[in-house]
Design a protein around this ligand. Structure first.
Ligand code: DOR
Ligand code: ZN
Length: 405
C-alpha cells in the first residue's frame, strides 16, 4: 500500500490518501495538494514515422513529469493511422517503447478519417477513443475537406456512437488566403492565413452536421471568440458539441508569433489578446470543456526555417499543469476549474474509466521553464524563460511512483 500522509485535497481538507500497491511506502504529503492523474486528450507522440521528433520513451517521461497519466494520441503519423491494421501496428510499437521506458502510461488512440477508408471505422470502433477529422490541412497528409465525405463520416460516427474530434479550419479559405498572401515569408502572416474566420467557418459546418445527424462532436484547440460564440449557442440549443482549448491559445498571443517566429507557429494560429480573454471567460461559463496540450514536437532546426517551410506545432505536455497552476496563483482560474479541464470533463466526454492514479502538486513551488530541462525529445518549449508558480512534484501511475522533487 502507498500511504500519502497530510496531503491537502483541492478543497483544502488535510487527509491521508492510500493507493493499492504491492510495496509498502509512506509519502509525506505536507504542503502538497492531491489531484487525480490528469488526462491529456490531444497529443502527437510521433510514432510511427517521426521518432526523430519524439517517441513514447521520451514522451512518457514528459507526460508523468507534467502530472499526466493518460493521453489520447493523434493519427497524423507516417503512414497515417487510418486502418485496423495500422492501428494494431501502431499499438504494438507504442507498447514496446513504453515497456523499454518502464513507464506503464495509459493511452487511447484516434483513428484518422479518410474518404477512401470508411469501411475501417466499424472494424476499429471498440479500440479507439474517437475519429480525428482534419477539415483543414495541417501536419501530415490527413484531410477531409469535402462536405459529402464529412456527411458520411458524421453519419457513421453517430451510428457507432463514436466521438468525432475535429480540427476545424476551412481548407477552402486557407487556400484562398495562401494565394492572397503569397510571397510573404514572415511568420506573422500565418495568423492572417489561418484567421479566426477560417476556424469559425468550419465550426459552423460542424454544428450544422451535428444538428442533422446527432453526432457527438469534440472541437479541438478552440482558439477564438468567433468559434466560442458558435459553440456557446450550440450548447444552449442542447447539441452534443464539446470544446477543447490549448495552453498556447490561453497563454500566448499573436505578439509572441511576431517575436518568436516559427517557434510560436501552430494550427490554429495564435490570436489577438482579446481572444485569450474570451477563452478564460468560456472556461468560466462552461463553453470550454477541456484542455489538450496539442503536444506537437518538431526539432528546433525545423522550427527555425523561414515561412512556410517551418512546420506548425509546439510541445506542451510538461508545461500544461504549471501554466494552469500559475494562473490559479494569479487568481485567473480555480483548482476546480483546472480539475474539470484536465480530468473530470475529458473522462465524462470520452467515457474513460476511473483509476487510482494521482499527482501531487506544490502550489507554491517557483521554477523557470528551461529548454534544457525538457524531457520531450525535441528539447525545447515555447515557454522557455517563463517563471511559473505551482508545479507537479510526484506522479503515481498504476502504483508506480515518479518523483520530481
Ligand atoms: O500545429 C499543429 N501541429 N496543428 C496540427 O493540427 C498538427 C500538429 C502536428 O502534428 O504537428
Ligand atoms: Zn493536434
Amino acid at each position: 500500500m502507498i500511504t500519502i500522509k497530510n496531503v491537502s485535497t483541492i478543497s483544502g481538507e488535510v487527509i491521508t490518501h492510500t493507493i493499492k500497491s504491492e510495496d509498502d511506502i509512506t509519502i509525506d504529503g505536507s504542503g502538497l495538494t492531491l489531484f487525480p492523474g490528469l488526462i491529456d486528450p490531444h497529443v502527437h507522440f510521433r510514432t510511427p514515422g517521426q521518432e526523430y521528433k519524439e517517441d513514447w520513451r521520451t514522451a512518457a517521461l514528459a507526460t508523468v513529469k507534467g502530472g499526466y497519466t493518460t493521453v489520447f494520441d493523434m493519427p497524423n503519423n507516417i503512414p497515417p493511422c487510418i486502418s485496423d491494421t495500422r492501428l494494431k501496428d501502431k499499438k504494438a510499437l507504442i507498447d514496446k517503447q513504453l515497456s523499454e521506458a518502464g513507464i506503464p502510461l495509459r493511452y487511447e488512440l484516434y483513428i484518422g478519417a479518410d474518404k477512401n477508408h470508411f469501411e475501417e471505422i466499424p472494424k476499429v470502433a471498440g479500440d479507439i477513443v474517437g475519429i480525428k477529422v482534419f477539415m483543414g490541412s495541417s501536419t501530415g497528409e490527413l484531410l477531409m475537406d469535402d462536405e459529402n465525405s464529412l456527411r458520411a463520416m458524421f453519419q457513421i460516427a453517430a451510428m457507432l456512437d463514436l466521438v468525432v474530434g475535429l480540427h476545424a479550419e476551412d481548407e477552402c479559405m486557407i487556400q484562398e488566403n495562401n494565394k492572397k498572401y503569397a510571397g510573404r515569408s514572415d511568420h506573422l502572416v500565418h495568423a492572417s492565413i489561418r484567421s479566426p474566420e477560417v476556424a469559425a467557418s468550419a465550426v459552423k459546418l460542424v454544428i450544422d452536421l451535428v444538428r442533422q445527424y446527432g453526432t457527438k462532436a469534440y472541437i479541438l484547440h478552440v482558439s477564438s471568440s468567433n468559434e466560442l460564440d458558435l459553440i456557446r449557442a450550440a450548447k444552449e440549443e442542447g447539441l452534443p458539441v464539446f470544446a477543447e482549448t490549448s495552453p498556447h491559445h490561453m497563454f500566448m498571443n499573436v505578439h509572441d508569433l511576431e517575436k518568436m517566429g516559427g517557434l510560436a507557429q501552430m494550427n490554429p494560429a495564435l490570436r489577438a489578446p482579446e481572444h485569450q480573454e474570451a477563452i478564460f471567460a468560456a472556461i468560466k461559463d462552461g463553453t470550454i470543456d477541456t484542455l489538450g496540450s496539442d503536444h506537437a514536437p518538431h526539432t528546433i532546426e525545423e522550427k527555425n526555417k523561414p515561412y512556410p517551410e517551418s512546420p506548425s506545432g509546439v510541445p506542451g505536455i510538461e508545461t500544461n499543469l504549471p501554466l494552469l497552476l500559475n494562473a490559479y496563483n494569479q487568481g485567473k482560474l480555480s483548482l476546480d476549474e483546472i480539475l474539470d479541464l484536465t480530468h473530470a470533463n475529458p473522462r465524462k466526454i470520452f467515457e474513460i474509466r476511473e483509476n487510482d492514479d494521482v499527482v501531487l502538486v506544490d502550489l507554491n513551488k517557483k521554477k523557470t521553464v528551461k529548454n534544457e530541462d525538457q524531457a520531450t525529445k525535441c528539447g525545447w518549449s515555447p515557454f522557455d524563460g517563463w517563471e511559473l508558480t505551482g508545479w507537479p512534484v510526484c506522479t503515481i501511475l498504476k502504483g508506480k511512483i515518479f518523483n520530481f522533487r
